[in-house]
Write a protein that binds this ligand. Structure first.
Ligand code: PLP
Length: 480
């Protein structure tokens, strides 16, 4: 399957050229999204004759012609969807290098440099957000959803009964976990997958999108009295909907009082804890028994990479280590720490390289600069909505997510309806991209400003597009 060295170099150059073109032509191109249909895409990429080989150079040319056209180019500052980071360029190179090495990070001897670099990056990330503990340890995983699952598995293992691994949750007192009603859906999924049941994820009401700690305490007390076994509280350091940070210090205190596991979902907001001015907001994050952070969100690293970090790495080992015969062997040496013992995953790619290259290349300083930029962009958007009567801001952006409404001017058409229509029509327009959400049961517009490439001109352009699309949405309702 290998090519000659000359041919391989030619193909690498061809790929590099394609990527270079995307970054020189498409970052602020005419459209970042082409709203094509599943069938159109299937037609372009289907294999016609599966036994016929294709020259690899033609394969890359095919991608050059079609791939970006049918993608949603999120490196662009005109992309505001979900909580997607725009990815940095050194990470692109890391992905190339990683695949060429093809390390399998299951045991130390299968990927020596990889294993040690992963541990170094976990230390760097922890230090960056102020999670400093002597016995700390962690692993890189694919994303925040898996990291939430793993964190809750650790909580369940440490706080559940000793027989849990063999007998499952049967026979345990009903375990309960507490989080705000703004929790990410992956936490509900994890409760279901782990057999704890989503009914035992107790969603506490919020004040200003942050957990109401008085209600939380009341509920925990009630549950103890009625025979449940509260096992942990999950604080959110940057909610998905509005980027709000729970009162982590208070949550840490409540956990101590009731002897509960304190977990912090810092998948999105965690890196902002590195910003001096925001330290107060994140106070308490260091007291967590376990946390998750996604470098693929606010450390600008390309997908996929998140991490699970625990105060005492033995908790991870206790939850995930299982060594069958075929994974024995090799030199036994205490220094050689096999990452498979800390994770669900056995075979694993060299995710650490792109995180390591990101921090090594840009340093904490540039990453922090990107984070500050994104917060100021969200706040600039907030200011626009405050001063423009076409809009209503929903909240002041604490971090880099901002929700607002386009005000309906059509009698009988609610704001909710018009904002829902705008999120549909924005796809058809394609010049910018964002995803909507619901706040207090009403459709609103939501922008995620995580992208170090964005500036005020981009934000002005966004609002120009929204107003134009807003007018079209209004005429949709008036013309019927
Ligand atoms: C607070 C929070 N936790 C977890 C996740 C899930 O992360 P991922 O999309 O990497 O699975 C998200 C995603 O946006 C999030 O905002």
């Amino acid at each position: 399957m290998d090519f000659s060295n000359k041919k391989f170099r030619k193909l690498l150059n061809q790929s590099y050229e394609m990527i270079e073109e995307w970054y020189s032509n498409n970052l602020r191109g005419e459209k970042i999204y082409n709203n094509t249909t599943p069938n159109e895409i299937k037609k372009v990429f289907k294999l016609i004759n599966k036994n016929k080989k294709t020259d690899p150079s033609d394969v890359i040319s095919h991608l050059k012609k079609n791939l970006i056209k049918h993608s949603n180019f999120n490196p662009s500052p005109n992309y505001y969807g979900y909580i997607t980071g725009g990815g940095n360029q050194i990470g692109i190179l890391a992905e190339f290098i990683k695949s060429a090495l093809n390390q399998n990070n299951l045991k130390w001897h299968s990927a020596p440099a990889n294993t040690e670099i992963e541990k170094i990056t976990i230390d760097w990330i922890s230090e960056f957000i102020g999670y400093n503990h002597k016995k700390r340890g962690g692993v890189l995983v694919s994303g925040g959803s898996i990291a939430n699952l793993m964190n809750i598995a650790v909580m369940r293992k440490i706080k559940g009964e000793g027989f849990l691994s063999k007998e499952g949750v049967y026979g345990n007192q009903k375990m309960r976990v507490y989080v705000s009603e703004e929790a990410h859906s992956s936490i509900d999924k994890a409760m279901d997958i782990l057999g704890l049941g989503s009914d035992n994820l107790i969603k506490i009401k919020t004040k200003n999108f942050k957990i109401d700690s008085n209600l939380l305490k009341k509920k925990i007390n009630e549950d103890f009295k009625t025979g449940y076994k509260p096992i942990g509280i999950i604080g959110i350091a940057g909610t998905t909907n509005t980027g709000s940070v729970d009162p982590l210090k208070i949550l840490a205190k409540i956990c101590k009082e009731f002897d509960l596991w304190f977990m912090v979902d810092a998948a999105y907001g965690g890196p902002a804890a590195s910003i001096k001015k925001l330290k107060k907001m994140f106070e308490g994050i260091g007291s967590a028994d376990s946390i998750l952070v996604n470098p693929h969100k606010w450390m600008f690293v390309p997908f996929e990479v998140a991490c699970v970090i625990v105060k005492d790495k033995e908790a991870l080992k206790k939850t995930f280590s299982l060594i069958p015969e075929y994974l024995l062997g090799g030199i036994e040496n205490e220094d050689r720490d096999d990452l498979m013992n800390y994770s669900i995953q056995l075979s694993k790619d060299f995710k650490a390289l792109k995180v390591w290259m990101t921090i090594k290349t840009y340093g904490y300083k540039k990453i922090k600069k990107g984070i500050k930029n994104d917060i100021s962009m969200a706040r600039y958007a907030y200011k626009i909505t405050e001063n423009d009567p076409s809009f209503i801001p929903i909240h002041f952006p604490e971090l880099s997510i901002f929700c607002f409404k386009y005000k309906s001017k059509i009698k009988g058409v609610s704001d909710s309806l018009i904002n829902k229509k705008i999120t549909e029509m924005i796809e058809d327009d394609g010049r910018v991209f964002f995803s909507g959400t619901k706040i207090n049961n009403e459709h609103v517009l939501r922008i995620n400003c995580v992208n170090h490439r964005r500036n005020k001109h981009d934000i002005k352009f966004l609002f120009k597009v929204i107003k134009e699309v807003g007018l079209k949405a209004e005429s949709f309702f008036t013309k019927g």
